[in-house]
Design a protein around this ligand. Structure first.
Ligand code: 5GP
Length: 186
């Protein structure tokens, strides 16, 4: 085994370490495998933040599944613009499927509310949300994901798929940036 990497120099604090993320993702996969036993859910990953979470979650699922992606944008810098735009749509039909939306984080809930409303028009059999992180104190719409990895306080976090101006997605943990790493123009 190689030595653990030291934290990135722009990270002030690690909020969720790698081992804890991996342990909780395995738990979520077990829960989903139990709930969907005998079915083949369609996992819809919300790009780009879902990528690391979705790939680890899928590997631990003990059932067949399909996967597709959608790309939505609502954030600019460290705050939500509140306006959700679809940048990339699904390639597969969601008609009659048991859909599980895979998100990196639910913050105001505006993105997921938009997506759920949009998906419901496509005739799925069921739709649930699985998010790695949940910031319940920031909600602007009442949404409670069925599957949530970690409840976190109202802080801007990066790592494990989450970015700040497209950086830090590759960090294997969830961390908080040093103020010096945040651009003044955001
Ligand atoms: P919401 O619409 O729930 O406010 O935000 C959803 C999206 O905003 C997430 O999918 C994510 O891309 C982005 N987001 C929300 N909070 C954070 C955060 O703390 N850090 C990062 N990097 N992105 C966030």
């Amino acid at each position: 085994m190689s030595e653990p990497r030291p934290p990135h120099p722009d990270i002030a604090r690690i909020l969720v370490p790698e081992e804890e993320l991996q342990r909780r993702i395995r738990e979520l996969a077990q829960e989903i495998s139990r709930d969907y036993a005998g079915r083949t859910p369609m996992l819809i990953g919300v790009l780009k933040g879902c990528v690391l979470f979705l790939s680890d979650l899928m590997k631990s699922l003990e059932l067949d599944c399909c996967v597709d992606f959608i790309c939505l944008a609502s954030y600019s810098g460290t705050s939500s613009s509140g306006v959700v735009r679809m940048l990339l749509d699904l390639r597969e039909s969601a008609q009659g499927r048991d859909v599980i939306v895979i998100e990196d984080i639910v913050d105001t809930g505006l993105t997921i509310a938009y997506l759920l409303q949009n998906l419901k028009t496509r005739g799925p059999r069921s739709v649930e949300v699985c998010t790695l992180l949940d910031k319940p104190d920031c909600r602007k719409v009442a949404i409670s994901p069925k599957y949530a990895g970690f409840r976190i306080p109202n802080e801007f976090v990066v790592g494990f798929g989450l970015d700040y101006v497209e950086r830090y997605r590759n960090l294997p943990y969830i961390g908080v940036l040093k103020p010096s790493a945040i651009r003044k123009d955001n």
